[in-house]
Design a protein around this ligand. Sequence first.
Ligand code: FES
Length: 151
Amino acid sequence: MRTPEQKIPFELSVGEVAARSGIAVSTLHFYETKGLIRSNRNRGNQRRYPRSILRRVAVIKIAQKTGIPLSEIADALSTLPHDRPLAADDWHALSLRWRKALDERITRLTALRDQLEGCIGCGCLSMQECPLRNPYDALGRDGSGARLIEP
Ligand code: FES
């Protein structure tokens, strides 16, 4: 008995990858220019992708949904070979790598959300008082005066 994956041809056209992954052809081309995926050319100079590309595209989609920048996704995927499907161990390593970044982003956004409460209805945007305008008075550490327009 064949599994659903075995029914997928060994090589896929860009249209087939788009149809099976739900990603636009133009996005797949973009991913390719960024080095996230690779294709081979057939005799007619048309792109052909190994069926393992579907798993790689799924990982890219999931990572993008969680807010991981494409450059970070490309960096992480560059450590994995293109000539075999991504395995569970690969996904485990990727998710560990991205979890830390996600935790940091959540912490930063939570703090930003909490600071926003004090600003609602205020509108002062004071460099001394407003935590959104000048978080943690970062500019104040450089000295007094108009820090953004002085060299
Ligand atoms: S706008 Fe007034 S404290 Fe942020």
